[in-house]
Ligand binder design. Structure first.
Ligand SMILES: [Zn+2]
Length: 379
């Protein structure tokens, strides 16, 4: 449970890191474009002024005007102003590159990832690739129904995989369970029994219920083979290998401190889920002047529910200010039972001991009467 929570927390951190980097890159790009435009404007102004001067006095020798133009262009130092900003932009973009490279390796697209790392000049590409490379080697063998590399991987990471009380790792038992069930299916009772004798003893303390179920399946296997109903039919009908492969990826990612799904994948999936609403929104607001939409870049004018799988931790959005709560601006419970964020309370009440009316009911109280709400999994 703790591992799953840690993975979920890592997923959130990754998505947020990716968003922050993308945001930074976009901001840098804006700054860079603005200052480039400014530098070019300066240049155009200087040239325009020189042209005016030349046109105003066609008979005068042009040297003086040209000299002044040269001096002005040198002072503006357009080239340096532009390269300094571009360097900043490059820094931001290269961090984004790391996120993309990690995504490609995470998905097992090593050839594409390698080309990307080289072309985008992503630093430490090799170090990014290594853990995912070993993960995908084991995964490929699992897909070929070879469990030896997965067991080898478990032995290598045994210390990290053990439970909090030092009990053997549950994932190792899943591997043995799969081996047992596939032996039972393919080679029959005797082979499965021999495997159970050799491997299940270590898991008696932690997996007794599961072992009992497997023994039940063993007893009923002849019945099932003869086409008669078995209460354990569901065990053999499972997508055993697919489940184990998914379980293995999850275990690997927990050890790597990474989310099971690549942050980029989650971001793109969330974007795709939100797309129909965004398209509808675009047709509704396309008639409005652009100035009204300036705020839309920061915050969408509608809420888009993405579904349970995109919810990583609880959030509180203040119903008054619409701001998401932070550590400095936590949600506060008013004595009447309504809840708004701290900043909104002080904005309405203006002082800690001044009474104010709840925005949602007629009850009055002072900020001192309000209690901070603590939600355990909120950032
Ligand atoms: Zn109230």
């Amino acid at each position: 449970m703790a591992a799953a929570q840690a993975a979920a927390a890592a997923a959130v951190a990754d998505v947020e890191a990716a968003l922050r980097e993308a945001d930074k890159a976009a901001k840098k790009q804006k700054v860079c474009a603005a200052s480039s435009a400014q530098a070019i404007n300066k240049m155009l102004q200087a040239v325009g002024k020189a042209r005016q001067q030349l046109l105003a006095a066609p008979a005068a020798p042009p040297q003086a005007v040209l000299q002044e133009l040269h001096a002005e262009l040198a002072a503006a130092d357009v080239a340096r102003a532009m390269t300094a900003d571009t360097k900043d932009l490059h820094g931001a973009v290269s961090k984004l590159g790391k996120v993309i490279a990690e995504h490609l390796f995470h998905e097992g697209l090593f050839e594409i990832g390698q080309v990307f790392v080289e072309e985008a000049g992503v630093e430490e590409g090799e170090a990014l690739k290594r853990p995912y490379a070993s993960m995908h080697t084991v995964l490929q063998e699992v897909q070929r129904h070879n469990l030896a590399p997965a067991l080898e991987w478990v032995r290598e990471h045994e210390a990290a995989l053990r439970g909090p009380g030092g009990e053997p790792c549950a994932f190792e038992f899943s591997i043995h369970r799969l081996a047992f069930l596939s032996l039972l299916k393919e080679q029959g009772q005797a082979a499965a029994m021999a495997y159970a004798r050799q491997h299940f003893a270590r898991f008696q303390a932690t997996q007794m219920a599961a072992i009992q179920k497997l023994m039940g399946a063993l007893c009923f296997s002849r019945r099932a083979a003869a086409g008669r109903p078995s209460p354990y039919a569901d065990l053999l009908a499972e997508d055993l290998w697919g489940n184990l492969a998914r379980d293995f990826v999850r275990q690997c990612c927990v050890l790597l401190g990474q989310a099971q799904d690549s942050p980029l994948l989650v971001t793109v999936a969330a974007g795709a889920a939100a797309l129909p609403t965004l398209l509808k929104l675009a047709t509704v607001i396309s008639d409005q002047p652009v100035a009204d939409l300036a705020g839309a870049a920061e915050q969408l004018p509608v809420e888009i529910p993405l579904g349970q799988e995109f919810i990583f931790h609880s959030v509180f959005a203040c119903p008054v200010s619409r701001d998401q709560s932070t550590r400095d601006n936590p949600p506060m419970l008013l004595p009447c039972g309504h809840c708004i964020c701290k900043a909104s309370i002080y904005k309405i009440a203006k002082a800690a001991n001044r009474s104010f009316k709840c925005p949602y009911c007629p009850a009055e109280c002072t900020p001192r009467d309000c209690q901070e709400l603590v939600v355990p999994d909120m950032e």
